[in-house]
Write a protein that binds this ligand. Sequence first.
Ligand SMILES: Nc1ncnc2c1ncn2[C@@H]1O[C@H](COP(=O)(O)OP(=O)(O)OP(=O)(O)O)[C@@H](O)[C@H]1O
Length: 327
Amino acid sequence: MIRLRGVGKTYDDGTVAVQDLDLDVARGELVCLVGPSGCGKSTTLKMVNRLIEPTSGTIEIDGEDVTRQDPVQLRRRIGYVIQQVGLFPHQKVVDNVMTVPTLQGVPRAKARERARDLLELVGLDPARYAGRYPHQLSGGQQQRVGVARALAGDPAVLLMDEPFGAVDPVVRLRLQDEFLRLQDEVGVTVVLVTHDIDEAVRLGDRVAVFAGGGRLAQFDTPARLLGRPADDFVAEFVGSTSGLRRLTVTPLDPVHVEPLDGVRAGDLGAAVDADITLGEALAVLLRDDRGMVGVRDGARFVGVLTPNGVHRALRAALAEMAESDSP
Ligand SMILES: Nc1ncnc2c1ncn2[C@@H]1O[C@H](COP(=O)(O)OP(=O)(O)OP(=O)(O)O)[C@@H](O)[C@H]1O
């Protein structure tokens, strides 16, 4: 869906923000760009919708070279969400969301209807919020309106620059979850910039780790990034807690579920679904504090998971990864 080849950006003052970047994003994929401050993430994103022109290389969307397209038309086909949200302060929420469809010539009544549907989709009751002005919303609600507005033009591609950066950690987690569900439902292709490696591995189908000067250090699935960092820079960037992060991307393997033999119903406490990640299972284990949780397959208990089971499962996942890597 998006293809960058040999893309570079040197600013007028000689700053090399991005160099020789190749990157492919598949249709419907969510790719996170992550890296330390100033490594060229935002510059890369803005080259895709031509807010910044590359100094070398080519960028294609759906097989078309973006530099051959009218930038204004291009930007109407690409949703763009930024941290500061950028809602029009003197327009009601519904009018903010209607901006692009109206520019595209969609009749107002239809655009309004669509805007209300989108507000619903991002979890804002239109009856309550459509008529408000942006300053009458919380930061998280404004962010949701920003997402609704970006989706209003039915974009094939959604670019997001630190979209959840301005809200507190609890709201951020909720917005991330909601966004994952939404993206699944809408199926839009997303490129999301973040400096937060936890956010990147949580959201990304694949994660591009940038080093300084827009050099792509590794482009991989979260599991491989955490399990097999390509070099010292990536290893350090994903950090000493990468084992813990690994938990959040490793599914529970039934092999590590222990049989119910000898377990009394009263010992079970909370239950988790068999298709959960180890991270989620561990969170329930810690919260419940009984040393084991029941594992359910539908309505049926299939066994129990203990902290030891989680540990074994994590070690097995790492070993499996190492094995699949050897020639
Ligand atoms: N207009 C500009 N003129 C000159 N240099 C610039 C310009 N815009 C950005 N840069 C430089 O280009 C480099 C990459 O900037 P960019 O904003 O792409 O980084 P980033 O990875 O998004 O950083 P952050 O996480 O801090 O937002 C930085 O060194 C920055 O100072």
